[in-house]
Design a protein around this ligand. Structure first.
Ligand SMILES: C[S@@+](CC[C@H](N)C(=O)[O-])C[C@H]1O[C@@H](n2cnc3c(N)ncnc32)[C@H](O)[C@@H]1O
Length: 210
């Protein structure tokens, strides 16, 4: 049987897809190319897996870099946006915890997704990521920096569509410790401050290896 948080999140992101598609992200798009992906030295044909691509903006960037791109997306509506935005990417509409691959990836990318999992499910997710990531592969994982570590069902305050979804909040320390505890090494760390009128969030971006 599907876990409740998966059911709630799938419904929430199906309902939020239109708003994600219509939001203007132009300023932020430059950040990814100029700062976030700088130094990664993507090579043509390298394999990248994106978990939870949402509206698919990064998927398109990854395809444009010449990477061999696969994505796993829980929401059917988000999946449709991904197919439109990044037709070259292979898109799997499924809960990532029910997926498996018999090959490995050079990069695994999770932007604003890890906080959709309860802490008791993280081990399952990390076991899969560990298996799917090449020994010299890089996991890139982001979440916001919050003042306390806790989890709950909550509404997204910065979206018009007030629908509850599952959210774990991490502090800077608890996020780093999460990976260290599960045998990942922190290779690098960057920050992104949103300069959008509606959102004032500070994001932490971890670059991790085995
Ligand atoms: C907050 S959105 C972030 C979307 C995109 N990465 C971005 O930064 O704009 C989280 C996305 O992860 C997807 N997601 C959540 N749980 C998932 C799961 N168990 N398996 C696959 N995708 C999941 C959601 O459907 C949603 O599209």
């Amino acid at each position: 049987m599907e876990n409740n948080y998966i059911k709630v999140n799938k419904e929430a992101y199906n309902n939020l897809a239109k708003e994600y598609e219509e939001r203007n992200y132009v300023v932020q798009d430059n950040f990814y190319h100029d700062i976030m992906f700088k130094n990664l030295k993507f090579k043509n044909g390298e394999k990248l897996l994106e978990i939870g691509p949402g509206r698919g903006a990064r998927l398109k960037n990854f395809c444009d870099y010449g990477l061999d791109v696969t994505a796993i997306e829980l929401s059917e509506e988000m999946g449709k946006l991904c197919s439109k935005k990044a037709p070259k990417a292979k898109i799997i509409i499924k809960n990532v915890l029910e997926c498996d691959f018999d090959f490995q990836f050079d990069y695994i990318y999770m932007e604003a997704v890890i906080h959709n999992f309860p802490i008791e499910e993280i081990k399952k997710l990390f076991n899969l990521i560990y298996k799917w990531l090449k020994d010299d592969g890089i996991l890139i994982c982001t979440t916001t920096i919050d003042e306390a570590d806790f989890e709950c069902y909550e509404e997204k305050q910065d979206y018009k569509n007030k629908i509850k979804r599952f959210r774990h909040h991490y502090t800077e320390k608890s996020f780093e410790e999460l990976f260290i505890k599960h045998n990942f090494k922190i290779l690098n760390k960057k920050y992104r401050e949103e300069i959008d009128n509606t959102r004032k969030k500070l994001w932490q971006i971890l670059y991790l290896g085995k």
